[in-house]
Design a protein around this ligand. Structure first.
Ligand code: FE2
Length: 311
């Protein structure tokens, strides 16, 4: 058995977990405090959809601010691509060094054979990360509302820390596939405590590559640790190589303003965006500061930007 953030979590030799045909879906509670039923649904499925959490005004505000940050970014200054289908990150210090910065990562297909962007920089980026919530006042204010703090409290976190933020562009035509993974693979604590908050800033549909989950499968073991620091380099450590039960995938289609909360163990993926509509989203990952954060996690921050919660 593995003790996991206050609960005993046992891994049987055969992988048993409850099977869900849908993702538990609820209206956003006005004060952010999740009801006991919502917390129970989250614990059973490992994922919950909370509709109407973000106001249309806040969706617009974040999209506008992201646009301004991209406007100020010189695409000639960096050629870092984020891809989960190719291991481009393994030699990318620009990526590993981004835990306390705002950095920009391109889509795999953003460049032509001569190294030029095929389309505008705004339609070429995969994501921006990983400390907007600490460094940018607009994202900071959005990330630290009493409503969100109340949700995190209702999930049982005693001393939460917002370890990273990402703005996901999923641009039309070239938005890349994200292969099936667990976020605790990238954000590992002992015991595990990672939880993801994903805010739809535009409608996410199967057509433009919405997230898809295997509800209940968060009770499977952690399969990997990516990109673990070892001897001055980075490695992917495989902990369990049984295949994902991908026949159980359920789309998390989400209108703009929807919040999806998911356990760090919850397997999820998203298909490529071949449509003509972008799929912007903002995500936060929270850990319990009382848990140990290993020095060999790829994501680190320097002493000048200590890990903060919702204060
Ligand atoms: Fe993820």
């Amino acid at each position: 058995c593995l003790i996991r953030f206050g609960h005993l979590r046992c891994f049987p030799m055969t992988q048993h977990f409850d099977i869900f045909d849908s993702i538990p879906t609820h209206e956003a509670p006005p004060d952010g405090q999740l009801t006991d039923d919502m917390v129970a649904a989250f614990k059973a499925a490992g994922v919950i959809i909370v509709e109407g959490f973000v106001s249309p005004g806040d969706c617009d505000r974040l999209r506008k601010r992201a646009h301004e940050l991209v406007d100020a970014f010189d695409p000639a200054s960096v050629r870092s691509v984020f891809s989960t289908t190719r291991q481009t990150q393994l030699n990318d210090e620009y990526f590993y060094d981004s835990g306390d910065k705002i950095r920009f990562f391109f889509e795999d297909n953003a460049f032509d054979e001569t190294g030029r962007l095929r389309q505008s920089k705004h339609e070429s980026l995969n994501k921006m990360g990983h400390a907007m919530h600490d460094l940018d006042p607009v994202f900071d204010a959005f990330s630290r509302t009493p409503k969100l703090a109340a949700i995190v409290g209702s999930l049982g976190y005693k001393d939460p820390g917002i370890i990273q933020s990402m703005y996901i562009f999923k641009p039309p035509g070239i938005g890349g596939e994200v292969t099936c993974h667990q976020d605790s693979t990238f954000i590992y604590t002992e015991p595990e405590s990672c939880v993801g908050f994903w805010f739809a800033l535009e409608d996410a549909t199967l057509e433009n590559g919405c997230m898809q989950f295997i509800p209940g499968a968060h009770k499977m073991p952690l399969k990997k640790r990516n990109y673990k620091r070892r001897d001055g380099t980075y490695v992917i450590e495989t902990l369990d190589d049984t295949p994902w039960p991908v026949d159980r995938l359920v789309p998390a289609e989400a209108k703009a303003g929807t919040l999806v909360i998911f356990d760090g163990r919850a397997p999820h993926l998203s298909a490529a965006n071949r449509s003509d509509k972008s799929r912007h989203a903002y995500t936060l990952h929270v850990i319990e500061k009382l848990c140990h954060y290993p020095a060999d996690n790829w994501l680190q921050r320097s002493a000048h930007l200590p890990l903060r919660g919702f204060d």
